[in-house]
Each structure stands twice: as structure tokens, then as C-alpha cells.
Design a protein around this ligand. Structure first.
Ligand code: NDP
Length: 239
């Protein structure tokens, strides 16, 4: 892990922030990307000189290109990109929350594509690299109110599976499929029907972000000739 240059989107909170902290402690050079600069500043102060942040909206292709260029400019290369940013404003189709559907597609799908597009030429030129993305158990199964969210996470699976088949001889490709994790995700749910159905999710078994930190560290710390394709994990009690 030491001195690897690792770019993480969605690093201002939740599993991205926890993983950035851990990777910084392990000696990696971490590049944090998200929109909330205040949170990112706190985090890089905590991690120290081997961390930088770039304000990034993953739904903008130019921002993702800029993120990778800034990372290369500061640290000389990018070894790892974790496309982790995502949102989950759940709603039922009958509620017609079209603008929220579009935001999910822009951030959860296009953000991953823009990240791959920005970093892939650099990694292929070097003949080395590791691209990760966060799908979800919702990327393997659907549930009422999760139609569009699941659609975006199924798409992440399709993108990453194809990427592995295309460049997997040189580039490691890993997809993480978490069950429920205690983070800020879902705080932007506006649907009254979803709120009534799931409340504040207090009764649902959840993992700590630490579980995802361990999964990412596991995937990143394999020997050069071993690649972890998928990591699926869920809290005990959730089937
Ligand atoms: P959080 O809400 O805590 O983190 C989401 C992160 O995504 C934040 O850092 C946020 O930063 C960032 N983000 C959102 N929109 C954008 C954007 N347009 N551009 C850049 N960054 C953005 O939730 P989690 O840590 O749980 O979520 C991380 C990933 O894990 C997501 O892809 C989520 O779908 C997935 N996941 C989460 C599960 C859970 O139960 N928590 C389960 C399965 C998958 P900012 O707002 O500052 O831009």
C-alpha cells in the first residue's frame, strides 16, 4: 500500500472517508474527491502531507478529467481509482420523481464511466493499475422504491464486468457489493411513501463503514498476479 497513489470519489463521508483515513495511515498517497470541500479539508488535515483533495462533481466529465490530471500532477501517477460516489433518493415509480432518477443516473452511472474514461489511457500506457467501483446488493436484486437506484447499480456491475473482460490482463478490476452500511446514504430521500415505509432505517441491521474499509484494503493488498473481481458483504441477520 505504501506510496500507492489512490484516488477515491465520494470521499467526503461514509465508506469513502473511512477508507481514505485508513489508506492514509497505511502510507498510501490519497486523493479525495467530492463536492463538500469543508469535509474534505478536515480529512486531509487529519491524514497529512500524503493527502490532497480536488473538488469534484462526478457527474461532470470535465471534473473527472481534472481530478485525474491533478492527481498525476501532484503525485506523478495514479495507481488506483475507486469510483465510489453515489446517491440513493429512493422513490416509487408512481411518484414520478423524474429529476431524482436523472440525478442517480448522472452520478451513479455516468460518474463511473467518466472516471474510467479519465484514468484508463494513463493506466494502459503504464501497463498497470486498479479500478474499483461500488455497486450494491441492490445491484444484484431489486426492491420496491429502489427501481432506479438498482438500475444504476446493475449498470455498475455491467460496466465493471465488461471492463475486466476488456483490460483485465493488465488492469485489476474490482466491484464492491455492500449490503446496508451506516452512512449518510439515503438522507436525501424526499419520497413521503418511502419515509413512511422504511422510517429512519433504525430497525435494519447495518454494517459499519469499517467492513468496507477492510474489503477495499483486502482487494488492494493482493499480490501483483492476483485480482479480486467481486466482494459481496452484508450484515449478519440480513438475508
Ligand atoms: P454517503 O452518503 O456517506 O457518501 C456518498 C459520497 O458520495 C459522499 O462523499 C458524497 O460527497 C459523494 N457524492 C454524491 N454525489 C456526488 C457528486 N455528484 N460528485 C461527487 N461526489 C458525490 O454514503 P456511502 O458511503 O454509503 O456511499 C458510498 C457508495 O456506497 C455509494 O455509491 C452508495 O450507493 C454505495 N452503497 C452504500 C450502501 C449503504 O448502505 N450505505 C450499500 C451499498 C452501496 P458530496 O456530497 O460531498 O459530493
Amino acid at each position: 500500500m505504501k506510496n500507492k497513489v489512490i484516488v477515491i470519489t465520494g470521499a467526503s463521508s461514509g465508506m469513502g472517508a473511512s477508507t481514505a483515513r485508513k489508506l492514509g495511515q497505511l502510507g498510501a498517497k490519497v486523493v479525495l474527491a467530492a463536492r463538500r470541500e469543508d469535509q474534505l479539508k478536515v480529512l486531509i488535515n487529519e491524514i497529512g502531507d500524503n493527502a490532497m483533495y480536488v473538488r469534484t462533481d462526478v457527474s461532470k466529465q470535465g471534473d473527472m478529467d481534472n481530478l485525474i490530471q491533478q492527481a498525476i500532477g501532484r503525485f506523478g501517477q495514479v495507481d488506483v481509482l475507486w469510483n465510489n460516489a453515489g446517491i440513493m433518493p429512493l422513490s416509487f415509480f408512481e411518484e414520478g420523481q423524474v429529476s431524482e432518477w436523472e440525478r442517480m443516473i448522472d452520478i451513479n452511472i455516468k460518474g463511473v464511466l467518466y472516471g474510467i474514461n479519465a484514468v484508463l489511457p494513463h493506466m494502459l500506457e503504464r501497463g498497470d493499475g486498479h479500478i474499483l467501483a461500488t455497486s450494491s446488493m441492490g445491484g444484484l436484486n431489486t426492491f420496491p422504491s429502489g427501481g432506479v437506484y438498482s438500475c444504476t447499480k446493475f449498470a455498475v456491475r455491467a460496466i465493471m464486468e465488461t471492463l475486466r473482460k476488456e483490460v483485465g490482463e493488465k488492469i485489476k478490476v474490482t466491484t464492491i457489493y455492500p449490503g446496508t452500511v451506516a452512512t449518510e446514504l439515503g438522507h436525501d430521500i424526499t419520497s413521503p411513501k418511502v419515509r413512511a415505509l422504511y422510517g429512519n432505517l433504525d430497525g435494519i441491521p447495518k454494517m459499519d463503514s469499517e467492513a468496507i474499509v477492510n474489503a477495499v484494503v483486502y482487494a488492494l493488498s493482493q499480490p501483483g498476479n492476483i485480482t479480486v473481481n467481486d466482494v459481496m458483504l452484508r450484515p449478519l441477520g440480513k438475508t
